[in-house]
Design a protein around this ligand. Structure first.
Ligand code: T5A
Ligand code: NA
Length: 210
């Protein structure tokens, strides 16, 4: 009887980076890889555009509605809070969550509009802290070349340069930075290694909060 197995929880793995850095592609590949190993895993993303709050966010991103910077910031945060309990239950039940964007997007994008960083961080406090943050590093210029930017609000080179700078300020020593200009396969392998290491070490660590 191994009590460590009883206590096994899932890992919270977050991918962050500029628009077009390749997060969605790599989240999908990682989830397939982990599934193939028989590990319980789900793909998540923020914003979650399916909830009532998520629909407001989506409408704002598509430039169909206008909101002031503070209001949209708090909606993005509320969109994470409304998923917090479900997230906790999944992790405690042993499911690993691979999440496309999280609090760091929230803070970086809003701070890039000139909002105070500490004000931006405040509503994120108490959300579940990730076990692994992977930052997919790409220059704003290179990201902009990957298919043309669409019509969404933040998909503009000048703004993405500010976001890159904000991420640099937020980044700490625990983040794993991957060169997102490498090939899909190289990036995929790097992420697999990091994810497996993290999943292995998770049962020993309680969940913690931002
Ligand atoms: N936001 C989000 C906030 O302001 N506050 C918040 O709290 C949150 C959570 C959400 C927007 O909202 C902002 C941030 C965003 O602006 P979204 O729905 O998450 O937007 O969309 P994006 O993240 O912008 O999604 P993108 O599709 O633009 O970027 P991805 O997911 O990083 O990139 P991906 O995988 O779709 O790939 C983009 C293209 O590049 C190619 C792919 O094939 C694809 O064509 N590609 C590569 N090409 C060459 N080499 C590689 N290694 C490649 N990897 C991918
Ligand atoms: Na995406």
């Amino acid at each position: 009887y191994n009590s460590e197995h009883v206590a096994r929880r899932g890992a919270l793995i977050v991918l962050e980076g500029l628009d077009r850095c390749g997060k969605t592609t790599q989240c999908g590949r990682l989830v397939s890889f982990l599934e193939g190993r028989g590990l319980p895993v789900e793909a998540w993303r923020f914003p979650d555009r399916n909830t009532a709050i998520g629909k407001m966010i989506s409408s704002y991103l598509m430039n169909n509605t206008q909101l002031d910077d503070q209001t949209i910031h708090l909606l993005f945060s509320a969109n994470r809070w409304e998923k917090r309990l479900l997230m906790e239950n999944k992790l405690r039940n042993g499911t690993t969550l691979v999440v496309d964007r999280y609090s760091y997007s929230g803070v970086s994008f809003s701070a890039s509009k000139g909002l105070d960083v500490n004000w931006c961080k405040a509503p994120e406090k108490g959300l579940i802290a990730p076990d692994l943050v992977i930052y997919m590093d790409i220059s704003p210029e290179e990201a902009a070349k990957r298919g043309s930017y669409g019509i969404e609000r933040y998909e503009q080179l000048d703004f993405q340069k500010k976001v890159a700078h904000s991420y640099q300020i937020l980044r700490d020593a625990t983040w794993k930075v991957i060169d997102a200009s490498l090939s899909l396969e190289l990036i995929e392998n790097l992420i697999q290694e990091l994810a497996l290491e993290t999943i292995e070490s998770c049962p020993k660590m309680p969940l913690s909060s931002l």
